[in-house]
Design a protein around this ligand. Structure first.
Ligand SMILES: [Zn+2]
Length: 426
């Protein structure tokens, strides 16, 4: 374990660089980086990695290299051309343990911009927070790992082992950005993703699957609506049937042990409804896009089997669906859940670093969402977890991140790096 003098120095060096890091976070938020529009922010990341003295590598996602790999999810938009991951490499022959620091640059849609206090891509610093879409999820986490590295450098030190910093695309819909990093061959002895989980240690995450159900009803004139089957109304009826499956998976006896403490770990979300022609015809076609969560250990084929059985039974037995036809397509997330080994050296070393900076024991957290940690943990043979700042309203309106927490995460990551990798003079 590093001596307490170095911990004190890391605190001071991080604090001295904090204002610049907040400015960098605001620059990243202002770049937007919605799905398909990630490159402005990625240019900033490439410049930042270069400024830190890292070797910068950029590559777009080669579908032919990843489509047959475990963990692949069918894309939701057409092209990966020109949509790059950016990686910064620190090289060292110092003999310490190597590390991947990974973050996603993509952000989720803003929702109605008029509901925001300030425009979503106009970052605002107020009351110790940075507001803006992507501030918490998870540009602050990326800023924190850059700051951790820079703080060591300011002390004339560097990790005594390779450190690979990754800024990836598509965490929020497929994970194919992180998968492409695995396919590119990046490996390390551990991986940390500073997702905005309020400085808890992630010990498990649910699986997530996206599916689209296409429903066909029977068209009719509104004179005689009873002659038709309203596909939009049928779609709601069908989602109601899926809600019953959600309820089943949430029952205490059906839960994975990591999720016993949750109120409602498994969430099915009806995210999008489309269909119909105009107001005077009973709509004969509709589609719903659904997100389902499921436990670590449940395989993708098993999840699909249960969903398909639920849909088939509903169509066969529910009066509101009689005569309707339903077919299911899978695109976007096809993400398995995973549970981490709480006693792995990554987890105990990170817990110790948290305690040294905060003087508090670390709290454990089982995530009801997915993260890119699954790629490292399940398919890369790399122990992985998430540890990141306190944030709120991500995936909602007026997203924010706590600045003091972001700086504290940087301090914890710097202490972790010094412990895990060792340090050497620059
Ligand atoms: Zn995230």
């Amino acid at each position: 374990m590093i001596d307490s003098g170095l911990v004190t120095d890391i605190r001071a060096a991080t604090d001295a660089l904090a204002d610049r890091s907040v400015g960098f976070l605001c620059d990243l938020v202002a770049e937007g980086s919605l799905l398909g529009e990630e490159q402005g922010a990625q240019d900033l990341m490439a410049a930042e990695f270069a400024r830190l003295g890292l070797t910068v590598e950029r590559f777009d996602i080669d579908l032919d290299r990843i489509r047959d790999l475990p963990g692949f999810s069918p894309p939701v938009i057409d092209s990966y051309s020109g949509r790059e991951n950016v990686v910064g490499l620190h090289r060292s022959a110092g003999g310490g343990r190597s590390l991947i620091l990974n973050g996603h640059i993509d952000v989720v849609p803003t929702g109605p911009a008029n509901l925001w206090t300030d425009p979503p891509f106009k970052p605002v610093v107020r009351d110790g927070r940075v507001y803006g879409r992507g501030s918490g999820d998870m540009k602050a986490g990326i800023v924190a790992y850059c700051l951790a590295f820079e703080a060591l450098a300011a002390l004339g030190l560097q990790p005594a082992a390779p450190v690979i910093m990754q800024s990836v695309i598509e965490e929020e819909c497929t994970g194919n950005g992180a998968l492409a990093c695995l396919a590119q061959g990046y490996r390390a002895d551990a991986a940390i993703i500073p997702e905005p989980f309020n400085q808890t240690l992630m010990i498990a995450q649910l699986g997530v699957m996206w599916l689209t159900i296409d429903l066909t009803g029977r068209p009719a004139h509104v004179l005689d609506t009873a002659a038709g089957i309203n596909a939009i109304e049928a779609a709601y009826e069908l989602f109601d049937a899926l809600r019953a499956l959600e309820g089943e998976w949430n029952k205490a006896e059906n839960r994975h042990p990591c999720f016993h403490g949750h109120n409602h770990p498994v969430n099915f979300n009806l995210g999008k409804v489309s269909g119909g022609d105009w107001a005077s015809t009973v709509p004969c076609a509709a589609s719903i896009e659904v997100r389902v969560g499921f436990y670590p250990g449940m395989t993708l084929p098993e999840v699909r089997r249960q969903i398909e059985a639920t849909v088939a039974e509903a169509v066969a037995t529910r009066p509101g669906l009689r005569g309707a036809k339903a077919s299911i397509r899978y695109h976007g997330f096809q993400a398995e859940g995973c549970a981490m080994d709480r006693e792995a050296p990554l987890m105990t070393t990170l817990s110790a670093a948290h305690a040294r900076i905060t003087n508090l024991p670390i709290a454990e957290m089982a995530s009801t969402a997915t993260t890119d940690a699954r790629f490292f943990q399940l398919y890369g043979g790399i122990p992985a977890t998430c540890y990141g700042p306190k944030a709120g309203a991500y995936h909602s309106i007026d997203e924010w991140v706590d600045i003091a927490s972001t700086i504290e995460v940087a301090q914890v990551l710097a202490v972790f790096m010094a412990d895990w990798c060792g340090v050497e003079k620059r």
